[in-house]
Design a protein. Structure first.
Length: 334
């Protein structure tokens, strides 16, 4: 190659390299500026479940504190239906500007494992922001059931295969899949009776029409205090601080069993990383507020406030557990 062409090629290469570096710097600066300017408008926090429910109450407490911290209104909107899918779909297809958030629960990790098709891709359409809190499910039975320990229930179910029924707050919910996992690990065979929410499920539970249910403290707490329900175990890794005398299923001889209820925040994928990071820090800060802590305590929930990566790792582990279960027991929904 003639020397002059070689020099020209080198100059062209260095020129392109400098342009790329300049573009990268501009992009990085732009994203940093986005975080400095964010939020420029009110924020929508989408709750994919009805108003007045537990998730809605947590969202409103968190939104109120974030509004104070950010100096912009954080408005909760309920877009319920299809066990959280409708609200999640709305966020998945929203502008990735950090102004539309999704506050959801464990059903978001369950959905890709059991639905034949979803209007979004859970892995590609959302960016995890923060794990807000963890809470245990409570293994409850009616007071009039002559069973007093979790071990007795398992023995009773084994003696009566496919005759003992359990309630859930809906097909595809955390309590439903938690019981499916329990059946798989313990070898018992139960009948699933789904309801449209925890309240009607608990009504039939206390009357003895169904014999068990994975409850939460918000829905079942008053019934437990009124001695209409008995708590035989909790599903979390550690005992609940609210019910310290109740053992975990794990410590009762089933080390592979752990099911956590959780609240977490996502944004649309492609939301600038600087905004995601700032939002995560603001959520962590808000979780120290006494009003937010008070609201979480009603669920027996432990505030977390994780980094985006920590939440992504947690979410992927949870999703993997339900995917493996659904493939093993062949559970799918249209």
């Amino acid at each position: 190659m003639p020397p002059i062409l070689n020099i020209v090629n080198r100059l062209t290469f260095f020129g392109l390299a400098l342009s790329c570096i300049h573009f990268a710097c501009l992009t990085s600066t732009s994203h940093a500026q986005d975080a400095l300017d964010w939020p420029s408008k009110p924020i929508k926090m989408i709750v994919p479940f009805p108003a007045a429910g537990g998730t809605d109450a947590v969202a409103r407490a968190l939104a109120n504190k974030l509004s104070q911290q950010l100096g912009k209104a954080v408005i909760v909107e309920n877009k319920s239906g299809a066990n959280g899918v409708i609200g999640a779909d709305y966020v998945a297809h929203s502008s990735p500007d950090g102004l539309t958030l999704l506050l959801t629960i464990a059903s978001h990790a369950i959905a890709p494992a059991i639905y034949k098709s979803l209007p979004y891709n859970t892995d590609q359409d959302f960016a995890p922001v923060s794990l807000v809190a963890l809470y245990p499910y409570l293994f409850t039975v009616p007071q009039n059931l002559p069973i007093h320990t979790f071990k007795e229930f398992i023995e009773y179910a084994k003696q009566n295969p496919a005759k003992v029924s359990y309630a859930s707050s809906g097909t595809g919910s955390g309590p439903h899949l938690g019981m499916e996992l329990l059946e798989d690990i313990t070898g018992i065979e139960l009948i699933h009776v789904p309801y449209k929410g925890a309240a009607p499920a608990n009504n039939d539970l206390i009357s003895g029409q169904v014999q068990a249910m994975l409850n939460n403290l918000l829905a079942g707490g008053a019934l437990i205090r009124a001695q209409k329900l008995k708590v035989l175990a909790v599903t979390s890794e550690h005992r609940s601080k609210v019910l310290p005398d109740v053992p975990t299923i794990k410590e009762l001889g089933y080390p592979k069993y752990q099911v956590d209820g959780w609240y977490g925040v996502f944004v649309p994928q492609k939301t600038p990383a600087a905004i995601v990071s700032k939002l995560s820090l603001e959520i962590t800060k808000a979780l120290k507020d006494t009003e937010v802590l008070s609201r979480l305590s009603k669920d027996g929930a432990t505030p977390i406030g994780s980094s985006p990566k920590e939440f992504a790792d947690f979410f992927n582990r949870d999703k993997k557990q339900w995917l493996e279960l659904s493939q093993k027991i062949k559970i799918t929904l249209d």
